[in-house]
Design a binder for this molecule. Structure first.
Ligand SMILES: Cc1cc2nc3c(=O)[nH]c(=O)nc-3n(C[C@H](O)[C@H](O)[C@H](O)COP(=O)(O)O)c2cc1C
Length: 170
């Protein structure tokens, strides 16, 4: 994979956006985050987000609470020829954190480790994790969490250098 990455951004790093960015080089691009539960229910919008077979250097970012389901989605991505899988453990959106996914996984390290472990065992492509500094100012567990993710099979981490409570500023 190329060492220059464009950050995944829901609602922004969609296919047309990636096509424009691609004109500037072969950097590694991420899909928008793909909700595993809706993907497995064949939701048309989510399925469309996975149409990346014609793209080079692309990482699919998955988000979901259930290790087996995330692994199933990762396998679908691998079978489409994707080079790597990223698992979102940083999104602060209520719908996700109320369902044990996104940034909530930083409060649930065992569940997070199980997801990474199950996905790593299910696919032959690299698995990475996108995380934050922690949940809030008092609960900043990035170092222990990062170690656990590597022990569980992650080969790379990206850290959004804010807590979940900080959202996107500060
Ligand atoms: C509009 C928007 C959407 C984002 N969506 C995602 C996402 O789907 N997955 C993810 O891992 N990070 C997402 N992020 C976080 C970015 O990838 C990045 O880690 C974060 O903005 C930190 O970079 P900055 O300090 O330059 O803002 C999003 C950020 C923005 C601003």
């Amino acid at each position: 994979m190329k060492p220059l990455f464009l950050a995944p951004m829901a609602g922004i790093t969609d296919k047309p956006f990636r096509q424009m960015v691609r004109k500037f080089g072969k950097q590694t691009l991420f899909t928008e985050m793909v909700g595993v539960e809706s993907l497995l229910r064949s939701h048309p919008v989510t399925k469309k987000m996975m149409q990346v077979a014609d793209e080079e250097n692309i990482v699919v970012q998955l988000v979901g609470p259930d290790a087996v389901h995330v692994a199933q989605a990762a396998k679908i991505a691998e079978d489409m020829g994707i080079r790597a899988i990223d698992i979102n453990m940083g999104c602060p959106v209520k719908k996700l954190i109320s369902n044990y996914s996104g940034a909530k996984l930083m409060l649930e390290p065992e569940r997070a480790a199980d997801i990474v472990n199950t996905v790593s065992n299910a696919v032959n492509i690299p698995v990475s994790v996108k995380m934050r500094l922690g949940w809030d100012e008092k609960r900043q567990n990035a170092i222990e969490f990062a170690r656990l993710m590597f022990q569980s099979g992650a080969s790379r981490l990206t850290v959004h250098g804010r807590t979940k409570d900080q959202g996107y500023s500060g």
